[in-house]
Design a binder for this molecule. Structure first.
Ligand code: ZN
Length: 145
């Protein structure tokens, strides 16, 4: 069963689009979270080598995401407009193919995200964080008003 959820994303050119992302492995979709995962994932692969859209779609499929080109390309264009990716055109089997690679800004963003991802995995996946959060002492909280 493919469960989709409409989300909105900014394509970087001032246009808001509604995208549908199928949930991985039949999990309840939280499309706004998934979009962030997908962006980081795309950036990760584009930081290793130039990648083209259909290869990314196949790779994301391997991870359980079912994205159409109409969903992926606005994400790529948005990342490019934000300065994280740039593309070059290559002629492959008589057809122009756009290859996307991470820019220095994209590499930097990925470096910045890595420790945050590690922490998130430790807490959310491995449950190695605090089991409850202490309530602030009343003396520490600012008086209302
Ligand atoms: Zn991957």
């Amino acid at each position: 069963m493919v469960v989709g959820e409409a989300i909105s994303t900014h394509d970087g050119a001032g246009i808001w689009r509604t995208l549908t992302i199928a949930s991985p492995r039949g999990l309840e979709p939280a499309a706004d979270f998934l979009l962030g995962f997908i962006k980081i994932h795309v950036l990760h692969h584009a930081a290793k080598e130039p990648v083209y859209g259909l290869a990314l779609i196949r790779e994301l499929q391997r991870h359980g995401y079912d994205l159409s080109p109409g969903t992926l390309y606005p994400i790529l264009h948005g990342l490019e407009a934000a300065g994280y990716l740039r593309h070059e055109e290559r002629l492959v089997n008589g057809r122009i193919r756009k290859y996307y690679a991470a820019t220095a800004r994209g590499q930097y963003a990925l470096e910045q995200a890595r420790p945050a991802i590690r922490e998130l995995v430790e807490e959310v996946v491995e449950d190695r964080g605090p089991q409850h959060l202490d309530e602030p002492f009343e003396a520490d909280s600012a008086p209302a008003g």
